[in-house]
Design a protein around this ligand. Structure first.
Ligand code: SF4
Length: 163
């Protein structure tokens, strides 16, 4: 079994075991609200900077662009669990060894991507995006990371084996 597949199975097992506790937890609910706002802001800033379009065009012409197979190993059960809370049940989309298995026909299938994906700006991006817009995107990324830290730490706490 591949590493990403194992990660998905671990997330699924945690979801089956702990989803009632997780969904009923006030800290998670509040942190998730902040996370969703941060995600929406980041999407809006990326669209304004036309970064989504640059990624899409690059991916179409370069076998998935920068979504290489090894990045899938950065996906952990916490990202997948939070994705479930956001309504997305992501599983590997293919077993092509050259691209990330979470890359579907319409792009990444994860509600929350690993931070290496969120943070990465390729040369094309840096060269073509207005620096002011890029700075606004970076600010939105920082807020997303801050919100994520709270969600992840609470999920870890709720899923501790000794609870
Ligand atoms: S953005 Fe999604 S599909 Fe692309 S490398 Fe990251 S996790 Fe994989």
């Amino acid at each position: 079994m591949s590493e990403p597949q194992e990660t998905c199975e671990k997330a699924q097992a945690l979801w089956e075991e702990r989803s009632d506790d997780i969904r009923g937890d006030a800290v998670v609910a509040q942190a998730l609200e902040r996370l969703e706002e941060a995600l929406a802001t980041l999407r809006e800033k990326m669209r304004a900077a036309r970064m989504d379009r640059i990624c899409r065009v690059c991916g179409e012409h370069n076998d998935g662009g920068c979504c290489g197979a090894s990045v899938a190993r950065q996906v952990d059960p916490w990202l997948l669990l939070a994705g479930r809370l956001l309504g997305t049940h992501a599983t590997p989309m293919h077993d092509d060894p050259t691209t990330c298995c979470f890359l579907g026909p319409d792009g990444c299938v994860l509600a929350l991507k690993p931070f290496i994906c969120v943070q990465y700006d390729c040369r094309e991006m840096i060269a073509s995006v207005d620096p002011g817009r890029l700075a606004a995107v970076q600010q939105a990324r920082d807020e997303l990371l801050d919100a994520w830290v709270v969600v992840e730490s609470r999920l870890r706490e709720l899923c501790r084996e000794d609870r």
